[in-house]
Ligand binder design. Structure first.
Ligand code: ADP
Ligand code: ZN
Length: 535
């Protein structure tokens, strides 16, 4: 066949145009497809929306046999397969949602060589019946989608992904391609090692999303702040608002509706019909806002999402990046807006400590949270920090370059010498620890600093402490800001299910006056800060 310019058109390009209806490959798609089509193994790190699917779909169509796609997203398989079939691609899936007869038909199609693509959940591979089935058919390639699950999941899921490492032994001649939108160096290494892909070629796309403007603001009255943001900048736009709990999803959606923003809730507690209806309205309509837990968004491919707002702190930078990445897939200007406060950090630490994970899991969760925290408190370019997190630091020598499209670049935050306030907070933590071994959280610390005789202050005689009332120079919001930044700078830590504040190794230097603490000045609130100190 001949391409438009008269040059010979490759099989891959022909499939791209005739089957998928696109003109050209995007980013590194072309290279990946060529490599895999020739039988090479590949590890593909590409941001969400980057076009990973074609990287295995096209080689599956060009090579003979069936491309076997291993994906943990069972809920999306039906949609993916339907979409492919609508394009004339012979696709199918086998998972727990199929009944016996449906599965039998699917297996027969596979064995008859009538499938270009077959989607499977990873746990299927553990079954001898599945591997036996696969051995009787002809496989063109294995694609391991969402490959970061290999690294992220705890012990329970290991066996599923361990069976993936056996693919090479059983099918040494079948190329394998692992794909993920999570690209920290650690994850990359784990994928490569656990899947036995050390010989594979790596294709690492840039994770920068230049059209997304990143903004992180201190949380004061989150619903009102959100409304202001929507009214000022995204009136009538489609967008996603993420909240941590189902309850706050419901309340936020109601609040927006009451205030003239068309919004619907989405969380796992709603029945499947409502969820599907809200999701399809979001996809179809132009200006709908979905207020959701992170259950929403996996596999949602809507190009004109103009903003993603977070009312609670994401658990990790990866999560933040994935969620915000749902904005602006069409390349037009979009906003990622996050409101976060001390309470978010406290709450998440409590969840981690009170959770079921083993020590290693907890350690990892804490490290994820710390990284997220330091992104929130950074005084330098957010984008720079985000990319650096994914191992994509700006070019050599350009480390100081500002992106010009994030809040810290647009309005560089002022910093201030917070050494004395830091010492006051740390001293209070020390005092409280000595008090009969009792331990307290940030609320008590702030009350003591401000000299407030709250019930709990009186109950523990904390108004008799030397530090009682020594913090009148700052208001409540500022003190909470100080605690937040001490956490971000690893000068304070949260421990246990009750959110107890404790010192770190580095705290001593500050207490001894051997280390200065520089803090980021929170932008002035719209309303005057309440609660200047009394007592
Ligand atoms: P990912 O899996 O990396 O998140 P997808 O494979 O779902 O991304 O692709 C995201 C969107 O981009 C889809 O709508 C897809 O059809 C579209 N797309 C992918 N490749 C191309 C291309 N070469 N040209 C135009 N659109 C593309
Ligand atoms: Zn920037």
């Amino acid at each position: 066949a001949e391409g438009a310019g008269g040059a010979p058109e490759s099989d891959a390009l022909r499939v791209l145009r005739r089957v998928f209806g696109y003109d050209a490959f995007r980013g590194r798609q072309g290279e990946v497809i060529e490599h895999v089509t020739r039988g090479g193994d590949a590890v593909v790190l590409m941001p969400t929306g980057g076009g990973k699917s074609l990287c295995y779909q096209i080689p599956s169509l060009v090579r003979s046999g069936t491309g076997v796609v291993i994906s943990p997203l069972i809920a999306l398989m039906q949609d993916q397969v339907d979409a492919l079939r609508a394009l004339g691609v012979r696709a199918g899936f086998i998972n727990s949602t199929l009944d016996f007869e449906e599965r039998r038909v699917m297996e027969a199609e596979f064995l008859a060589g009538e499938l270009d693509l077959l989607y499977l959940a990873p746990e299927r591979l553990r079954l001898e019946a599945t591997t036996a089935l696969l051995e009787r058919g002809k496989i063109s390639l294995f694609a391991i989608d969402e490959a970061h699950c290999v690294a992220q999941w705890g012990h329970d899921f290991r066996p599923d992904y361990l069976s993936l490492s056996l693919l090479r032994e059983r099918w040494p001649d079948v190329p394998r391609v692992a794909l993920t939108a999570t690209a920290t160096r650690a994850t990359h290494r784990e994928i490569t090692e656990r899947l036995g892909l050390t010989e594979a070629r790596d294709f690492v796309a840039s994770f920068d999303r230049p059209n997304i403007q990143y903004r992180i603001v201190p949380k004061r009255d989150p619903k009102k702040q959100l409304l202001r943001f929507l009214k000022d900048e995204h009136e009538g736009d489609a967008g996603i608002v993420y909240c941590l709990s189902r309850n706050s999803v419901e309340r936020t959606a109601e609040f927006l509706c009451r205030n003239g923003v068309e919004a619907v809730p989405y969380h796992a507690g709603l029945d499947a019909g409502t969820r599907a209806a809200h999701q399809s309205r979001f996809l179809r309509e132009e200006g709908l806002v979905v207020v959701a837990t992170i259950a929403f968004g996996m596999g949602i491919d809507k190009p004109d999402v103009r903003f993603v707002a977070h009312l609670d702190l994401p658990k990790s930078v990866e999560g933040y990046y994935q969620e915000t990445g749902r904005a602006g897939r069409d390349g037009l200007p979009s906003t990622a807006w996050l409101a976060y406060g001390l309470q978010d950090v406290v709450q998440q630490r409590k969840l981690i400590e009170g959770g079921e994970g083993d020590a290693a899991f907890q350690r990892r969760a804490r490290a994820h949270l710390d990284a997220m925290l330091s992104l929130c408190e950074t005084v330098s370019c957010r984008r720079g920090q985000l990319l650096a997190y994914f191992g994509q630091a700006p070019e050599e020598g350009a480390a100081e370059t500002a992106c010009g499209n994030c809040d810290t670049c647009l309005t560089p935050p002022e910093s201030w010498d917070g050494t004395v306030p830091a010492q006051k907070v740390l001293s209070t933590v020390v005092r409280l620890k000595n008090e009969r071994g009792q331990k307290f959280g940030s609320g008590q610390i702030v009350d003591i600093l401000l000299g407030r005789r709250s019930a709990k202050v009186i109950q523990f005689d904390h108004d008799a402490l030397k530090v009682f009332g020594i913090g009148s120079e700052l208001g409540e919001a500022e003190w909470r800001g100080v605690v937040r930044q001490l956490l971000a700078q690893d000068l304070l830590e949260i421990e246990g299910e009750h959110g107890t504040l404790v010192l770190t190794e580095a705290s001593a230097d500050v207490l001894r006056g051997e280390r200065e603490v520089h803090m980021r000045k929170d932008p002035a609130p719209v309303a005057k800060p309440s609660g200047s100190a009394t007592g």
